[in-house]
Write a protein that binds this ligand. Structure first.
Ligand code: ATP
Ligand code: MG
Length: 604
């Protein structure tokens, strides 16, 4: 469908059907709706600067702004690119941002705006401010302006150019626009109060001279408006009612209000909320960009990135991110959210939507000595054992030679290990009881190469007619009928819980050295032969995975681990707190953490 014909608000049915919980901003809007303050209108906007990809913090703002538009009758949310910084902006980002908003389940309908489309109107507003004696051209350079601005305890001092006449200011500003003066030689400043208690109000710069091509307006302009001037006016031009922004703009609110009042323009209400901060995560676009440019990650959509495109590639369903944004709520006060909350939203969503299949990540060969050579049985296995009719069944071939997970065998099992060991019997998921008879090792290295086993033909379906029990159930694939696959195990990018605090240190010092582990020899069941790019699965007992959209190709299956089945970091934290951790900050590796203990969800 043509984008402009789409309904404003949510772009998919799931997003449309779930109103968000209430919060202090919705309380304000409720009250405004009740009193008819805005004539019944509710118009919000999401105003990204196209200088990078969207991250999970932006998702909070998107869910808020588009969510409000969705949930109030006649509500509208504008998508406005706040593009007044020609150095850093690019069409690539404009496109990526639109893709990510749509993916998240929201749509702006025909309400797509660019601040750069307002350059002409903004220039007219600047002329009007000058005419009203509320702005002047100042010849101080950036350094001198900073020095005369004062401090929190000291007032600033007036610029020597502050008293210029309206005529002179009009003339100089028009010549600034015409390109008569070099970059940085003059600026336009608001004439407010150099002793104001808010430093932002001490004659802030509104326009600067900058000879730089803009990705949309090219070389048409050599003066560019500042954010504080552009933003409030853009909100006003578009008839926004509630301008929702993060708390760092609280100090700028007096200026927002001043500009609109000085020009007697329509005046939206700015309301601030706390930005999302996540532990183990850095959300600054500038920092994310440096990870991409320094090659520390494999692009903005690297599955370890906290970007929406990274989450998408990692296999996160958009509804899990929306659910997370609902759960974290909305407050004025800054807080640090545990990334485990996001992972819990992911598991809750994937548990209901991802079909279960079997994949062996680190294969160990098993030969069933009493299973006839050449025989193959097609066993029926449900995709969703909790409710088999929901997703149906597939056939899983069973034969004499299988692969099981290396970690499901221990030659000398410890007390709590219930899986395969010499002489030990286990259940093969959806199949038979299997007993380990002997172990074949590499004569040189001593490494276990193969298990020789027998199966009990009377236990098909996993029950013994004589009532004997086994304690372990393990997954498997048939050697001849499984497919080889590459599996990428992703973990947190940083080892420090609060990497933001270390932001200025060498980034390599806070990186988790095990954030990516690539397994080249995994085997997955045959039914995955036609798995589509992006398709999500639960690999029984190992976690949630999706088909990687970048590295998979016909005949080559690559899976990304989205998230493990359990929160294994919680346990490490607890141990750490008890002072039991030794050596580096992590125990074990990748999928080894939290694997194999207990049973997977949905396994009876
Ligand atoms: P960065 O500082 O990382 O570059 P930004 O805030 O400058 O991010 P913008 O493109 O200006 O990025 O952000 C668009 C909108 O998203 C703004 O309204 C901003 O307040 C909001 N936003 C940005 N980061 C967060 C966050 N962590 N939590 C909630 N909202 C956020
Ligand atoms: Mg910004």
């Amino acid at each position: 469908m043509d984008d402009s014909l789409k309904k404003n608000g949510s772009s998919d049915d799931a997003a449309a059907s779930t109103p968000a919980p209430s919060n202090f901003i919705r309380d304000i809007i409720d009250e405004d709706t009740r009193t008819g303050k805005w004539g019944g209108r509710v118009v919000t906007r999401f105003p990204p600067e196209p200088n990078g990809y969207l991250h999970i913090g932006h998702a909070k703002s998107i869910c808020l702004n588009f969510g409000v538009a969705r949930d109030y009758p006649g509500g509208i949310c504008h998508l406005r690119f706040d593009d007044t910084n020609p150095e850093k902006e690019d069409m690539e980002y404009v496109e990526a941002i639109q893709r990510d908003i749509r993916w998240l389940g929201f749509h702006w309908g025909d309400k797509l705006f660019f601040a750069s489309d307002y350059y002409g109107r903004l220039y007219q507003c600047a002329l009007e401010l000058i005419r009203r004696g509320k702005a002047y051209v100042c010849d101080l350079d950036a350094d001198e302006i900073r020095k005369t601005r004062g401090t929190l305890t000291q007032p600033g001092t007036n610029s020597p150019y502050r008293a210029r006449s309206v005529e002179e200011n009009l003339d100089l500003f028009q010549r600034m626009k015409a390109g008569e003066f070099p970059d940085g030689s003059r600026v336009l400043r608001a004439k407010i109060d150099m002793a104001h208690s808010y430093i932002v109000m001490r004659d802030p710069v509104l326009y600067r001279i900058r000879r730089q091509s803009h990705y949309r307006t090219g070389d048409q302009w050599c003066i560019y408006p500042m954010y504080d001037f552009t933003h409030c006016l853009s909100d006003s031009f578009e008839g926004i009612t509630h301008s929702l922004c993060t708390v760092e703009f609280e100090n700028n609110r007096p200026l927002y209000d001043w500009v609109l009042d000085a020009l007697d323009l329509y005046h939206p209400r700015q309301i601030e909320f706390a930005p999302l901060n996540l532990n183990f995560t850095i959300l600054s676009k500038r920092f994310l960009k440096s990870l991409v440019e320094d090659g520390i990650v494999d692009g903005w959509d690297d599955p370890r990135m906290p970007t929406l495109s990274g989450f998408r590639r990692r296999g996160c369903p958009p509804e899990a991110i929306r659910d997370f944004c609902d759960k974290i709520g909305l407050a004025k006060r800054d807080s640090l959210v545990d990334v485990a909350m996001l992972e819990s939203s992911l598991r809750a969503c994937l548990n209901l939507t991802a079909p279960r299949v079997m994949a062996v990540l680190r294969p160990l060969r098993v030969v069933i000595e009493n299973y006839p050579e050449g025989q193959v049985e097609e066993l029926e296995a449900p995709y969703y054992p909790d409710d088999p009719p929901k997703m149906g069944y597939r056939k899983v071939p069973f034969s004499r030679v299988l692969y099981v997970e290396r970690s499901d065998f221990m030659e000398e099992p410890h007390r709590k290990f219930w899986r395969l060991a010499p002489g030990r019997e286990v259940r093969l998921r959806w199949a038979y009881f299997l007993r380990c008879k002997s172990v074949i090792k590499d004569p040189d290295t001593g490494e276990v190469m193969e298990l020789r086993c027998t199966y009990d033909p009377d236990t098909r379906g996993g029950q013994a007619p004589d009532g004997r029990k086994v304690r372990g159930t393990i997954h498997w694939v048939s050697a001849d009928h499984s497919l080889s696959a590459e599996v990428r195990l992703y973990d947190r990018l940083y080892s420090a819980p609060n990497p933001v605090a270390h932001k200025n240190r060498e980034v390599t010092e806070i990186l988790n050295p095990d954030s990516l582990e690539i397994l080249n020899t995994a085997r997955v069941e045959q039914s995955l032969a036609d798995a589509k790019s992006g398709a999500r699965y639960q690999f029984e007992r190992t976690g949630y995975f999706c088909v990687d959209s970048r590295h998979s190709a016909p005949g080559k299956l690559v899976f990304n681990r989205t998230v493990g089945l359990r929160d294994s970091w919680a346990k490490i934290f607890k141990q750490g707190a008890r002072g039991k951790r030794k050596g580096k900050g992590r125990t074990g590796k990748g999928e080894g953490r939290g694997r194999g203990r207990g049973r997977s969800q949905g396994q009876s």
